[in-house]
Write a protein that binds this ligand. Structure first.
Ligand code: KDG
Ligand code: MG
Length: 408
């Protein structure tokens, strides 16, 4: 069996999904996702110019060897662009393998460990009252776990993931008006004065059972993160995400020394070599990598197994930039992983998105049900894809009030 060709498509309904389709001489094809949000053309170019020509003629069933060929063969290893490109190839090869076996992908991992996987939704509010309404909406929709992000009083702009318009619960991460980013202003003191009380009010209003998650989005220094984690511990958050940038990993010990609040990190990691210290030293509770830019199923599965040895559970990244293909790959991993924790999930199911990526994966009452179709269980409609073009977008950048650059 041989790979005969592969194509890359960039575009989608209000998204720049990077979709790879690998064709074989037996008519079976595989699909993968290389959507690196706001930098989408780079993995697409890497695939088209370097990787596709190199894999044509290879046996698609040898997914491990092809992964090693891509990773070891590049010489300049890792990085999000390369790992997104390898990930798309790897996911497409697993799709082919499972289609050949006539089985849903999770069966190849070892079968289901659960009937459905808990997901968390995103609630956002311009202020606390607005956030309470947003949380109430998701509770009533059946979600058991909700990430809560709130405008901070006195801050001149909104902070991460929040709209400045009341009642607006769209996700504010990517701005598709060009590559020049807008600026958010950040003030740690105002955040630290407000957020613990806000989390206490949320716990008070929604009771003990709701899983409350919060994304600090790399804004705090390690000592501040320790102070914050200690302050919110009594509210029993499900997790605090990215309390501090994880470049200085030893600094995370400070949080552990002061608080038992669960810590989730890893959405910007693209290899096991960024996670292994945090996992082996048990400095985190949830690993947040995504199949899209952490080298695909082969590599993420390796990370999941390492995490399982150290009581670290999965909480795969599921921001809106992930296409239904990588979300499906994660749905299969979530169905299998003995150390599954939770899955981030934003409603993808617009009619346009469903038409582009037909599938039977679905979320009901806050639980994700994996498709039983052979392979990933997601198809790709090329005639629909022809409707979309790449639209340049950007994340915000963050500055302190005096103009100093800060971490987005
Ligand atoms: O592209 C950047 C987003 O994926 C990121 O800001 C989202 O932090 C994020 C999350 O937890 O989903
Ligand atoms: Mg995050």
């Amino acid at each position: 069996m041989r790979i005969t060709d592969a194509q890359v498509f960039v575009g989608g309904p209000k998204k720049n999904y990077v979709t790879l389709k690998i064709m074989t001489d037996q008519g079976v094809y595989g699909l993968g996702d290389a959507t690196l949000n706001t930098r989408e053309t780079l993995p697409a170019m890497y695939l088209r110019d370097y990787l596709i020509p190199a894999i044509i003629g290879m046996d698609p069933r040898r997914s491990e060897d092809i992964w090693q060929f891509l990773y070891r063969g590049a010489y300049y290893r890792r990085g999000p662009i390369a790992m997104a490109a390898y990930g798309a190839i790897d996911t497409a090869l697993w799709d082919i393998k499972a289609k050949l076996a006539g089985m849903p992908l999770y069966q190849l991992f070892g079968g289901k460990s659960r009937e459905a996987a808990m997901v968390y939704a995103h609630a956002t509010g311009a202020d606390l009252e607005d956030l309470m309404d947003s949380i109430a909406y998701y509770v009533q929709e059946g979600y058991r776990a909700i990430r809560v992000q709130c405008g901070i009083p006195g801050m001149p702009t909104t902070s991460y993931g929040v709209s400045d318009k009341r009642g607006d619960t769209r996700n504010f991460i990517t701005d598709y008006t060009g590559v020049r980013p807008r600026t958010e202003i950040w003030d740690t003191d105002k955040y630290l004065r407000f957020m613990p009380d806000a989390l206490a009010a949320i716990r008070d209003r929604f009771g003990p059972e709701l899983h409350i998650l919060h994304d600090v989005h790399h804004r705090l220094l390690p000592r501040e993160a320790a102070e914050f984690a200690k302050a919110v511990e009594p509210m029993r958050p499900y997790w605090l995400e990215d309390p501090t940038p994880a470049e200085d990993q030893d600094a995370l010990r400070l949080i552990r020394q002061h608080s038992t609040a669960p810590i989730a990190i890893g959405e910007v990691f693209n290899s096991i070599w960024e996670c292994n210290k945090l996992i082996e030293n048990e400095l985190i509770d949830f690993i947040r990598v995504g199949v899209t830019y952490a080298g695909g199923i082969t590599h993420v599965k390796r990370i999941v197994d390492l995490a399982g040895l150290h009581h670290v559970r999965t909480g795969f990244h599921g921001a809106p930039s992930h296409s239904p293909l990588s979300m499906a790959a994660q749905a299969h991993l979530n169905a299998w992983a003995p150390n599954f924790g939770i899955q981030e999930y934003l409603v993808l199911g617009t009619p346009e998105c469903d038409a582009l990526f037909p599938s039977e994966h679905h979320v009901t009452d806050g639980m994700m049900y994996v498709s039983d179709e052979p392979g990933l269980g997601v198809d790709f409609d090329e005639s629909e894809a022809a409707r979309y073009e790449y639209e340049p977008g950007s994340h915000p950048v963050v500055r302190l009030e005096d103009g100093t650059m800060w971490n987005y």
